[in-house]
Structures are given as structure tokens and as C-alpha cells.
Design a protein. Structure first.
Length: 48
């Protein structure tokens, strides 16, 4: 199967790669705001 006909939905390498990248960006943003505000992530979203 070539790259052009391969599906990009479901549990495929393309989707899993982007899922991992977006998760890393989310963790980085969460830790950055924690450092800047001095409050934990749970306090920021109202759970702590």
C-alpha cells in the first residue's frame, strides 16, 4: 500500500505520531503555565 492510498484515521502510524506530538506539546504547556503562575495544573483547572 503506498503512502497516498494509506488511510490516516484509526490506529495507524500517522495518527499515533501526531497523537504523541500533541500530547508532548500539552504537557509542555501545562508545565510552563505551572512555572509562570506558581499554581499546580490541578489548581489551574479548578480541581485542587
Amino acid at each position: 500500500m503506498s503512502d497516498q492510498t494509506e488511510t490516516r484515521f484509526g490506529f495507524v502510524n500517522y495518527a499515533e505520531t501526531w497523537n504523541g506530538r500533541l500530547a508532548m506539546i500539552g504537557i509542555l504547556i501545562g508545565l510552563s503555565t505551572e512555572l509562570l503562575t506558581g499554581q499546580g495544573i490541578l489548581v489551574q483547572i479548578g480541581l485542587g
